[in-house]
Write a new protein. Structure first.
Length: 99
């Protein structure tokens, strides 16, 4: 999931989409690192749940909402055409327009 978040940030059509996907990546990464660190005894005990696994209530809702926003950014990704003349950016495309 974290790799897909980074890939979404790389193909985002606007700077805002890049920052949004990158921010969600960092949010989930910090939660995972801190939770794993607490479980193996390297970090002090804090009250954050493991994203999408532990029962967290509002933390789970927040994580799901953030992933929904990133999915919206992923649907409006950049289209890159490679041809004889090199690489040209054609614009954005949605999944509905691909079909």
């Amino acid at each position: 999931m974290l790799i897909r978040l980074l890939r979404t940030a790389a193909v985002a059509p606007a700077r805002f989409g890049e920052l949004l996907a990158g921010g969600v990546f960092v949010m989930i990464l910090v939660q995972v690192v801190e939770n794993v660190g607490m479980n193996i005894g390297l970090l002090p005990i804090a009250g954050i749940p493991l994203p999408l696994i532990s029962y967290g209530g509002s933390a789970t809702v927040t994580t799901l909402a953030a992933l929904g926003l990133v999915q919206s950014v992923a649907l409006r990704r950049m289209v890159i055409a490679r041809g004889d003349g090199g690489i040209a950016v054609l614009g954005t495309i949605t999944r509905r327009a691909q079909a």
